[in-house]
Write a protein that binds this ligand. Structure first.
Ligand code: NAD
Length: 498
């Protein structure tokens, strides 16, 4: 049985907790590895290694740090297939979907390769007689990242390249269900020339997270995961005096206006609702057609498409959708479908009890389509994080916009229309962080930043892109007077420069 260890100061170690947890292949249900579960002792060791590595790494020139990112880009491109296979094995997503995850991670590595330009300071000459002012952004020190299972490679790589390029040391606490991908990321960085101790990986759950929050040498935490944990880490991390960005869960709506191309909208909903078995924080889980006719046409187009979904393991190139992550996730999703039906939604395609020949022990849920979902139903209010698409029929565009604005989550949203006025109004009025106009999954490219609003994000900083440079650095401003020898006398008033 493969044992997935922590990596501290460049070395594999099982730590001292003695605790382990199984990792499953979701397609077969078989145990494929055991992951070592760390706690306070392992975080302490990682923080110590990180603290020791900080002076050298932060004094390495930004150009040299960028060189590591250039090499990483090269290595990741060459080994993309292997990275994708590792992701699919522990997550279940199709090989093409995993390759897409690698491609999006590469965007962040590319952006981090340009770090010397992003860290360029400001300089003002003669802000007063013989006085100049400059500002620069300096690294924070040791920072930590806590990541979810659903993008075991991309989400850690939303954080690590930017944090390291800015001169910080990183401790990654990945999902227990994405442990092999995390260790592979370390191997890739090592091959790219990253010195020991600059990136450390500590596996574990709540104990490890609580140790990160409590550790006085860890300056900042980036978190991506569900909203209750995001809220917990944000409030406790801030109370411990740390800088925290915590990205949470989602419920993403897509409005379809009567003038939209219905076939195009249905295609978009299939990919955005069922890709990665709906286990994406930017998945569209609610379709909001405006007007009865639009709704009827949309549902008519969707039913055969959901029924025809090719569900299978990542090793089958024909698969369009894989299993969900665990047996518990399968049970939770199926019981939410049952609740939706009990609360009055019309179950048009039922994915409960889906079985795949040869993979009877896998964690499968079939594509599910619910119609006539209403705002008061639990299936609408809560994040399902599975292959379930709800249709909530709306009488008007205004009702649809208000519905989205009222929802607790505000990660992503989309509008499908041919009407430019409506599109412009929507982009302005909608209370959501990432908006797509005829684009179902508007995940920003690596040189913009990613982040939701409301209960989908705490702390106000977007992740990767320009916002990451701000999150992972702090501003220092230096005011200096030259030349020496000018005597201006004693001043007791507040200094005036001019
Ligand atoms: P999760 O919140 O269960 O776990 C995320 C991380 O928190 C993991 O590393 C886990 O070990 C840790 N954790 C779990 N329970 C904890 C506890 N009680 N105390 C402290 N730490 C704990 O999330 P998940 O199931 O791995 O991922 C799915 C969730 O992530 C969904 O809600 C999804 O919407 C969200 N997500 C959000 C984004 C985004 O950008 N907003 C991106 C991806 C996933």
């Amino acid at each position: 049985m493969t044992l997935i260890d922590h990596i501290i100061d460049g070395k594999n170690t099982s730590g001292s907790s003695g605790k382990k947890q199984p990792v499953y292949n979701p397609a077969t249900g078989e145990e494929i590895a055991q992951v070592t579960m760390g706690g306070a002792a392992e975080i302490e060791a990682a923080a110590q290694a990180a603290k020791n590595a900080f002076p050298d790494w932060s004094n390495t020139s930004p150009a040299k740090r960028a060189n590591v990112m250039y090499s990483l880009r090269q290595i990741m491109s060459q080994r993309a297939d292997e990275i994708a296979r590792t992701i699919s094995r522990e997550h279940g997503k199709t090989h093409d979907d995993a390759l897409g995850e690698v491609a999006r991670a590469l965007e962040v590595v590319e952006y981090a390769s340009g770090i010397p330009d992003k860290l360029k300071g400001d300089f003002s000459r003669d802000v007063g007689p013989g006085i100049d002012t400059s500002s620069e952004r300096q690294p924070l020190g040791v920072v930590a990242g806590i990541t979810p299972f659903n993008f075991p490679s991309m989400v850690p790589l939303w954080m690590i390249p930017m944090a390291l390029a800015c001169g910080n040391i990183f401790i990654l606490k990945p999902s227990e269900r994405g442990a092999a991908s995390a260790n592979l990321i370390f191997e890739l960085f090592k091959e790219a020339g990253l010195p020991p101790g600059v990136l450390n990986v500590v596996h574990g759950g709540k104990n490890a997270v609580d140790a990160i929050i409590a550790h006085p040498d860890i300056q900042a935490i980036s978190f991506v995961g569900s909203t209750p944990i995001a809220r917990y880490i944000y409030s406790n991390g801030c109370a411990a005096g740390k800088r925290v960005q915590a990205l949470g869960g989602a419920k993403n709506h897509m409005i379809i206006l009567p003038d939209a191309d219905i076939d195009q909208a249905a295609d978009a909903l299939m990919g955005a609702g069922f890709g990665s078995a709906g286990e994406r924080c930017m998945a569209i889980s609610v379709a909001v057609p405006v007007g009865e006719e639009t709704a009827n046409r949309l549902v008519e187009a969707l039913i055969p498409m959901v029924q025809a979904l090719k569900i299978g393991p990542s090793t089958d190139p024909e698969s369009e959708m894989g299993p969900v992550i665990t047996g518990e996730a399968k049970m939770r999703i199926e019981s939410m479908i049952t609740d939706g039906e009990k609360e009055g939604a019309k179950l048009l395609v039922d994915g409960r009890g889906f079985k795949l020949q040869g993979y009877e022990n896998g964690f499968w849920v079939g594509g599910t389509l619910l119609d006539h979902v209403t705002e008061d139903m639990s299936v609408y209010k809560q994040e399902i994080f599975g292959p379930v698409l709800s249709v909530l029929r709306s009488d008007s565009y205004d009702y649809a916009v208000d519905l989205i604005n009222r929802h607790q989550y505000g990660n992503g949203t989309a509008l499908f229309t041919r009407d430019g006025d409506a599109a412009r109004d929507f982009a302005r009025r909608i209370n959501v962080g990432m908006v797509g106009i005829n684009v179902p999954i508007p995940v920003p490219v690596g040189y913009h930043s990613f982040g939701g609003w409301k209960q989908s994000s705490f702390g106000g900083h977007g992740i990767y892109g320009p916002e990451a440079v701000h999150f992972y650095t702090r501003l220092k401003t230096v005011t200096s007077r030259w030349p020496t020898g000018i005597r201006s006398g004693v001043e007791f008033t507040f200094p005036k420069m001019g």
